[in-house]
Design a protein around this ligand. Structure first.
Ligand code: BES
Ligand code: MN
Ligand code: ZN
Length: 492
C-alpha cells in the first residue's frame, strides 16, 4: 500500500469517513468535492437510524463513482481502538470498487489518533495468497491510501504515516517469512533471502556461517539440532550501520529460527504439527526488524543474530542423552530433543555477548507452557535487568504488542543446572513452570561483563507469533509480532 497525506481535495474510488458517536450531519470538509446528489445520499444515511457512530458499526453508501463508507468510532476511542478501527475498516473493503482510498479525518480527530487509524490500515494490508489461484477479473492492484486532514495536521501526520509505512514493510516481511511453508523456507533459504535483501544497501551487512563454519567455530548447539535434517543449519548475522559507533555498545537482537520443529527423536504428536513451520518466527522478527530500521532511516548501529536449523528425526539426528559442547564452553545434557530452541539460542546468546552489546534481546517461539500461561494475548518477558524489562513492556504497550513480565527465579535456574553429567540440562524436573525453566536455561548463556551479566531480555512469542484471533492487524497466519515493539525500543 502506498500512503500519502493531503488536505481535503478530490476523492478516490472509496471514501472512508471515520466519525464519532453523536454526529448526524457530515462535518465540514467531509464531503468536499462530491456532487450535490452524492452529498445528500451521505447526509440522509448519517441522519437515519442505520448509522449510530457506535464503535464497530459501519455503513456503506453507494454513490455514482464513489463508494462512501461511514465508520463508527464511538465517543472517545482509545489509541488501540483507533489502530484497530483502521485495520478492521481495511479488512472489510472490496477492490471491486477500485483501489484508490481516501480517508477524511474531520471533527474531533487529533493528529496522533489519525496516525494510528492510518497505521492500522497499513498494517492490515497483507495477505499470504501467493500459492492460490486468483478468480477471473479479480482486481489485483495494490491499495493507494490518501489520508486527508486540515492544513495544521499536514506535517506531523505525513511524518507519522511515512514512519508507519516504513515499519510496516518490516512487519509484512516478518509475516511473509513466517508464513512460508517449511519446504520453501529452510535455513539456507532464509540466509539467501537475507543476503538478497542486503544487496545494494550501503549501510547493511549480512554474513552467513554455514554448517562447516559452525563446526569450526564450535557452535554445536546449532549443529546438533540441525544434524537430523538434509537442510543444513546456519547462523545469519545482520549489521545495520556497521561503520558507526564502533567503540560504543549497541543493541543485539537474537532470534530462534527453527524452520520446522518435528520435535526430532522426541517426536511431537501429528495434530497441529503443521504450525511448527512458524517456529522460526523469532528469526523472522529479527529480519523484519532490520528491514524496518533500514526503511525508517535509523542511523545507529544494531546487530542481529539468527540461529537457523530444522529439527528432524533421522539416522543423523541428535538424541536424548547426548551431551553437546556449546560455543560457550558449557555442555548441555539433552533430555528431550524437542526442547531444541534453547540449544540453538545457547550459541546465539553467547555469540551476542562477544559483540559488545548495550543489551541483548532474544525472541523465540520457545514453549507451549508460555501459551498455557498467557494465551495468545501476550508474549512472556523475562529479564535480568528491570530497566530493560520496563522499556520493552512500555514499548509493547504503545504498539499494542503486549510483553508481560514473568519471573526469573533462582530456583528455575537451579533446575536447569542440576545435571549429573553436564553443565546444564535442557529440560526442567517436571512440567510446571516450563516457560520459566526455559528462560532460566537461556540465562546460563548470557555473558558477564565487569562481574555482572549483560542486560538481557527474553521474549517467548509462542502464543503471539500466530493464531491470535484478537489481533486485528492480521487476518491469519504469522503476525510479525514485536517488529514494532523493538523498532520503538531501539529508535526511541
Ligand atoms: N517450538 C516449540 C514450542 C511451541 C509449542 C511453540 C507449541 C508454539 C506452540 C518448542 O520447541 C517445544 O517443542 N517446546 C517444548 C519444550 C519441552 C519439551 C520442554 C514444549 O513446549 O512442549
Ligand atoms: Mn521443539
Ligand atoms: Zn521449537
Amino acid at each position: 500500500m502506498k500512503a500519502i497525506v493531503t488536505e481535503f481535495n478530490s476523492v478516490g474510488d472509496i471514501l472512508i469517513l471515520p466519525l464519532f458517536e453523536g454526529i448526524d450531519k457530515a462535518p465540514n470538509n467531509a464531503l468536499a468535492g462530491l456532487s450535490r446528489t452524492q452529498r445528500s445520499l451521505v447526509n440522509e444515511a448519517l441522519a437515519s437510524d442505520s448509522f449510530s457512530g457506535k464503535v464497530g458499526k459501519q455503513l456503506g453508501v453507494w454513490t455514482a463513482g464513489c463508494q462512501v463508507v461511514l465508520i463508527g468510532m464511538g465517543k472517545s476511542p482509545s489509541d488501540k481502538a483507533c489502530r484497530d478501527g483502521g485495520a478492521k475498516t481495511l479488512a472489510n473493503l472490496s477492490k471491486d470498487h477500485g483501489t484508490e482510498i481516501t480517508v477524511r479525518f474531520t471533527t474531533g480527530w487529533s493528529t496522533s489518533k489519525m496516525a494510528l487509524f492510518a497505521e492500522g490500515m497499513i498494517l492490515r494490508d497483507y495477505a499470504f495468497d501467493k500459492y492460490q489461484q486468483k478468480e477471473d477479473g479479480e482486481n489485483q492492484g495494490d491499495w493507494n491510501l490518501t489520508c486527508q486532514a486540515s492544513a495544521r495536521h499536514q506535517s506531523d501526520l505525513s511524518a507519522a504515516v511515512a514512519t508507519s509505512s516504513a515499519v510496516a514493510t518490516g512487519v509484512h516481511l516478518a509475516r511473509e517469512l513466517g508464513n512460508e511453508p517449511a519446504n520453501v523456507m529452510y535455513p539456507e533459504e532464509y540466509a539467501r533471502r537475507a543476503l538478497e535483501w542486503a544487496k545494494g544497501k550501503a549501510n547493511v551487512e549480512v554474513e552467513i556461517w554455514d554448517y562447516d563454519r559452525l563446526q569450526k567455530e564450535g557452535m554445536h548447539g546449532v549443529v546438533a539440532v540441525g544434524k537430523g535434517s538434509d537442510r543444513k543449519p546456519c547462523m545469519v548475522f545482520f549489521r545495520l550501520n556497521p561503520g558507526v559507533q564502533n567503540n560504543e555498545q549497541v543493541p543485539c537482537i537474537v532470534g530462534k529460527g527453527i524452520t520446522f520443529d518435528t520435535g526430532g527423536i522426541s517426536i511431537k504428536p501429528s495434530a497441529g504439527m503443521e504450525d511448527m513451520k512458524f517456529d522460526m518466527h523469532g528469526s523472522a522478527t529479527v529480519f523484519g526488524l532490520f528491514a524496518a530500521l533500514h526503511a525508517s532511516g535509523h542511523k545507529g548501529r544494531v546487530n542481529g543474530i539468527t540461529c537457523m536449523a530444522e529439527n528432524m528425526p533421522s539416522a543423523g539426528a541428535y538424541r536424548p542423552g547426548d551431551i553437546i559442547d556449546t560455543y560457550s564452553g558449557k555442555t548441555i545434557e539433552v533430555l528431550n530433543t524437542d526442547a531444541e530452541g534453547r540449544n540453538v539460542l545457547a550459541d546465539g546468546l553467547w555469540k551476542a555477548g562477544e559483540l559488545n552489546p548495550s543489551y541483548i534481546v532474544d525472541l523465540a517461539t520457545l514453549t507451549g507452557a508460555c501459551v498455557v500461561a498467557l494465551g495468545h494475548e501476550a508474549s512472556g518477558l523475562w529479564s535480568n535487568d528491570d530497566s530493560l524489562s520496563s522499556q520493552i513492556h512500555a514499548a509493547g504497550n504503545t504498539e499494542d504488542e503486549i510483553a508481560w513480565p514473568m519471573p526469573l527465579l533462582p530456583a528455575f535456574e537451579k533446575e536447569m543446572t542440576g545435571s549429573k553429567v553436564a553443565d546444564v540440562q535442557n529440560l526442567g524436573k517436571g512440567r510446571w513452570g516450563g516457560a520459566c525453566t526455559a528462560a532460566g536455561f537461556l540465562k546460563q548463556f548470557v555473558q558477564e561483563r565487569d562481574g555482572e551479566q549483560i542486560p538481557w531480555a527474553h521474549l517467548d512469542i509462542a502464543g503471539t507469533a500466530w493464531g491470535a484471533s484478537t489481533n486485528a492487524m492480521v487476518a491469519n497466519g504469522a503476525t510479525g509480532i514485536h517488529v514494532r515493539t523493538l523498532h520503538r525500543l531501539i529508535t526511541e
